[in-house]
Design a protein around this ligand. Sequence first.
Ligand code: DHB
Ligand code: FE
Length: 265
Amino acid sequence: KATPRIRQITASLIQHLHDFTRENDITIDEWMAGLELMNEAGRMSDDRRNEGQLVCDVFGLETLVDEITYKLASDAKDEPTATAILGPFYRHEAPQLNMGDCIVSGIESTDRTWMHGTVTDFLSGKPIEGAVLDVWHTAPNGLYEQQDPNQPDMNLRGRFTTGKDGKYNFYCLRPVPYPIPYDGPAGKILQALDRHPYRPAHIHFLIKAPGYKPIVTQIFDRQSKYLEDDAVFAVKDSLIVDFVPYQGDPQAEFELHYNFKMATF
Ligand code: DHB
Ligand code: FE
């Protein structure tokens, strides 16, 4: 349907593509190379590998859209939790777990982490009941479960629903930095720009609660490499966290405390 919005953004896209082509005297060979990259990204894109999204992300496009989407109530004392890109490895229908459960299976590690905190309304500070935290991160080999035939289905993913006190807690791992898949078009683009493919260690969250704006975000380990030069530009200061050595819990070597603050629509 040709809505006014679609007409406007399509015309603008065409104008910018023409300007880009003219300003750079794009040759037939260069144009064909660009086409081939797009076709290859299309051929490679499936459930396990969102190559098209990966290409946009190394251009910083998803992060730009995220910044445009995240508008602050500027007169508020506090701010809602900063957002960050979803990335290509989210999966719907992660297991629904109970507080205190562990999302790790079949992995020996000395980086086991107890993560906990509260989900609150950022204006009132009150806890939010019925908030669903959808969490996912990579294994120590740097692979998400769907990229790795050696991990059980839905490993390192889970959904947790808060009760009246808004609190959540679960066991996960302290993640590691890892390279985004770079054997395809996204990798070619990085190479052409002399850029590395690494992302700092991070844990993803998608948090939903009735009446509140969903939060898509990631938190980053302060000790990780690549905080300053994330291949997909997702790091924000307020999302950098500290994994603190944790004694007396046979299930964890680190503790991680983080509160999520949500805004109403
Ligand atoms: C991207 C994001 C991720 O979180 C990740 O783990 C890999 C790639 C991306 O934005 O392309
Ligand atoms: Fe990720």
